[in-house]
Design a protein around this ligand. Structure first.
Ligand code: FAD
Length: 452
């Protein structure tokens, strides 16, 4: 038996369905280098991804096998030369990946090659149609304890035939933010085990505090498949229901993208389409560079530039500030995140941006507007996070940080706010009222009830 296993975003040897039975017969691992992804993805994600791919290549070699890296446009020649009995690849929900897969399927069908489509980057099967709400989806797939399949062990040896196929070099991409993340499966495993032993039992109470190590920071490794989601679910089950819920959100957004590929650049909720966003490049630039004059927003945006990652709490706050207070299109923010996040994932990014804006599934109502000052007081009460990422404010006291009017006078190197939370909130509610019309009026609370 000769099998070809196509690696995409499953860059590990342990608990990987592509490696089931890999010790039996000949096993030919291949990575098709897709030019589209090179142009589409940001350098931070590409850098981490290619570090992980190189490491996988070495590990496969040390088990006696060989990972072929082949330009995607030469995949036909590859199959002509490899002549496999069977091809394995994992399902992907992104629109471009699905197009690529339909080309692959017809190529294999034409040649009479058997193939199997496996599931790795999701915990629950893609349903016929999406669930109307996250709660229903969660109840159906994540509240009953199903005895999980035992993990698939990493193979102890591999046998790959020497093939004269077209090859490509793994691109050399290096960025400072990506360099701060682990590049090997073993390091990721150790990091995860530390989190399980020390933080996971307290995840529920720590997960909203951006200054502390209260979350797993596994998202970049999940994105590249350096750790198995099934393993994470197995080990979190019964320890932290909140953590299981977060993994469930990930599946929920992936299913949504599968069923509504147009949401990549269109609001899921039709009543939002055509919203009068402001095309204000100057303000967008200040948001992107962490120069808005709102301390928590700037801390978040600078963490993104420095680490290629941002805490979930601040992701929500900066997304709300951009779309509500600055009235700037969520698509601009989504693209900036996508190009800089080391965990950039189309389904998660689009789903979360639409959720924060109010135009997505199970989203916040449009009038629920995060007040970035109140958020800072609640979730960064000692301003440790702000001081870590905004050095101009290192010496600011709590009182000074809460006094937005005078903050710039006290620390002239820190910019004055481009839009204060009060002004921005009012302007957004007025724009929303005009756009959504009469039906929205009775829902519009001009008091602070919905200011979070
Ligand atoms: C505007 C915005 C954009 C985002 N863009 C991305 C993105 O491109 N890629 C990405 O992986 N996540 C994205 N998220 C979701 C979330 O912020 C990150 O998954 C999380 O912060 C990663 O850190 P962690 O691994 O420590 O998470 P933990 O808190 O340790 O959670 C464990 C895992 O659960 C999943 N998870 C947690 N929160 C969410 C969530 N809100 N939605 C979906 N899955 C979640 C992730 O896979 C995460 O690794 C975005 C959130 C917002 C508000």
């Amino acid at each position: 038996m000769r099998r070809v296993a196509i690696f995409r975003r499953e860059l590990r040897l342990t608990d990987n369905p592509l490696l089931e039975d890999a010790e039996q017969g000949e096993w030919i691992p291949v990575f098709f280098l897709d030019e589209y992804n090179q142009q589409e993805h940001g350098d931070n994600l590409r850098a981490l991804f290619f570090y992980a791919l190189r490491h996988l290549q070495r590990r496969i070699e040390s088990s006696g096998g060989k990972l072929y890296v082949v330009p995607l446009e030469q995949q036909e020649q590859f199959f002509d030369i490899a002549c496999p009995d069977e091809v394995l690849f994992c399902e992907d929900v992104e629109p471009h990946s699905r197009e690529r897969d339909s080309v692959l399927r017809s190529l294999l069908q034409r040649r009479g090659i058997r193939y199997r489509v496996l599931q790795d980057s999701l915990l629950s099967p893609i349903p016929e149609s999406t669930y109307p709400s996250f709660t229903q989806f969660y109840k159906k797939h994540f509240t009953l304890h199903v005895e999980p399949e035992p993990p698939i062990p990493a193979p102890s040896y591999l046998r790959t035939p020497e093939l004269d196929v077209p090859t490509a070099a793994i691109p050399a991409v290096d960025t400072e933010p990506a360099g701060q993340w682990y590049a090997t499966e073993e390091e990721v495993q150790a990091k995860w085990q530390r989190f399980v032993a020390t933080t996971l039992p307290r995840y529920q109470s720590l997960r909203n505090l951006p200054a502390v190590e209260g979350v797993s920071r596994m998202s970049p490794y999940i994105r590249c498949g350096m750790i198995s989601l099934r393993q994470m679910l197995r080990e979190a089950w019964g320890v932290s229901e909140q953590f299981v819920k977060e993994l469930a959100w990930r599946d929920f957004y992936s299913h949504l993208l599968h069923h509504y590929p147009e949401t990549v650049n269109m609001e899921l909720r039709p009543e939002w389409r055509g919203f009068p966003w402001r095309h204000d490049e100057e303000r967008f630039e200040r948001w992107a560079k962490g120069q808005t004059g709102i301390p928590l927003v700037d801390a978040g945006m600078r963490q993104l530039l420095r680490e290629g990652w941002m805490h979930n709490r601040t992701r929500m706050v900066v997304a709300s500030y951009l779309t509500k207070h600055l009235l700037i299109d969520w698509r601009w923010g989504e693209r900036w995140f996508y190009l800089h996040l080391v965990d950039a994932d189309l389904a998660q990014n689009v789903g979360n941006w639409q959720w924060a804006t109010g135009c997505g599934a199970d989203a916040l109502p449009y009038f629920r507007i995060f007040n970035p000052m109140l958020q800072a007081q609640k979730f960064d009460p000692n301003a440790e996070y702000i001081r870590r990422y905004v050095p101009e404010l290192r010496r600011a006291t709590g009182e000074q940080l809460n006094d937005l009017q005078n903050l710039h006078h006290a620390f002239p190197e820190y910019p004055p706010p481009i839009v204060t939370p009060e002004e921005g909130r009012k302007r957004f509610l007025q724009a929303a009222q005009r756009f959504f019309g009469e039906s929205a009026q009775e829902k519009l609370p001009f008091d602070h009830e919905y200011e979070a």
